[in-house]
Design a protein around this ligand. Sequence first.
Ligand code: NDP
Length: 337
Amino acid sequence: YVEGSPKESDMNFTDAASIKLKLPDDEDEASKAVLVKNLYLSCDPVMRILMRKPGDETSAYFTPYAPGSPLSGYGVAKVLDSRNSNFKEGDLVWGTTKWEEYSVITALESLHKIQHTDVPLSYYTGILGMPGMTAYAGFNEVCSPKKGEYVFISAASGAVGQLVGQFAKLLGCYVVGSAGSKEKVDLLKSKLNFDEAFNYKEEHDLNATLKRYFPEGIDIYFENVGGKFLDAVLLNMRVHGRIAVCGMISQYNLDQPEGVTNLMCLVYKRIHMQGFTVRDYFHLYPKYLDYILPCIREGRVVYLEDIAQGLENGPAALVGLFSGRNVGKQVVSVSQF
Ligand code: NDP
C-alpha cells in the first residue's frame, strides 16, 4: 500500500510473457466474459485513493487495489472475443478495464459500446467518458447555475475542470480558474475560453487573490483541490452561493487531512455545499452525449489531452497527476487501433 506521494516505484511493469490471461474461476462470471485489447488507459486521481491501506474511512465507498494485481481503471478497448451477446468481436468499448495490454472483463455493467467514432477514441477516457460526465453532472445538477453568475474552478486545466469552465462560459457565466503553471494559465485564457486564470503557486494569499478576481464574491465554486483553497473560497462566497465538492486532490497524499477553519461562512452566507460522485449520474450519459457531441463537432467545446505513449510510461503519467505534470486530461496510449 502507498503512503505519502505516490512514486513510479510503487508500481511494477511486468513483461507479458510471464503472465497468462485466464477466465475467472466462477463459472457464471466466466460464461459472460469479454476479452479486450486495451487501446487507451485513463489516469485518474481516485486511483491514489484506491492505493490506500484498507480500513480507513474510504474503504466503505471504494474497494482498494490488491497489492500485486494489475491496476484497474477507465479505458478504451477493442473486443477480440466475447461470450456475452451484448458485445461482439470488433466492438469498441469504454469503461472499467485493467492496466494490461489485453484484459478479460467480467464487470460488463460498466462497459459502454462506443457508437461515435468521428471523434478521437481517447476522448472516451475524458470528455466523452467519466470526467466529462463528472463535469456535466457536477455543474448542472449540483451547482444549479444561472446565466451571469460568478464561477471559480480549482485544478481548472485538468480533465474535469477545463470542461466545467467551458460549460459555464456557454451558459454566460463569468469564469475564473486556478492552475499550477504559467503554461496552464495561458491555455485557460487562450484556448479554453476562461475570462481569467491565475497560477496559485505564485499567490501567497489566496483570500486576497480571490478578492481581486471576484470583487463582488463567488456564486459557484467547483471544488477539485480542497484544503487552503476551500478555506479561502469560503471567505469569498456570496450569500446563497453553491459549492460542488467534486474532489480534494491536495488531501489524497496526507495521513491527516488539513483542517478547514472558515466553515461558519456556510451558516452566515447560507451556502449550499454538496459532495457528489459521478456514479450517481451515469443515467444522464445519453443526454450528455446529445449535448456534448455537437459542441465538439462545431468547436464550441475543446479538450486538452496529455497522452503518454506506451504502458511502460503509465506509472510516471499516473504519479504526475500529483505534481501537476499533466497538461489537460492524462491518458496512456497502450496500443494502436
Ligand atoms: P486533473 O486532470 O485535474 O489532474 C490533477 C491536477 O490537480 C494536477 O494536474 C494538478 O494541477 C492539480 N493538483 C495536484 N496536486 C495538487 C495540490 N496539492 N494542490 C493543488 N492542485 C493540485 O484531474 P481530474 O480533472 O481528473 O480530477 C480533478 C478532481 O476531480 C480530483 O479531485 C478528482 O479526485 C475529482 N474527481 C471526482 C469525481 C467524482 O465523481 N466526484 C470524478 C472524477 C474526478 P495544477 O498544475 O493545476 O496544480
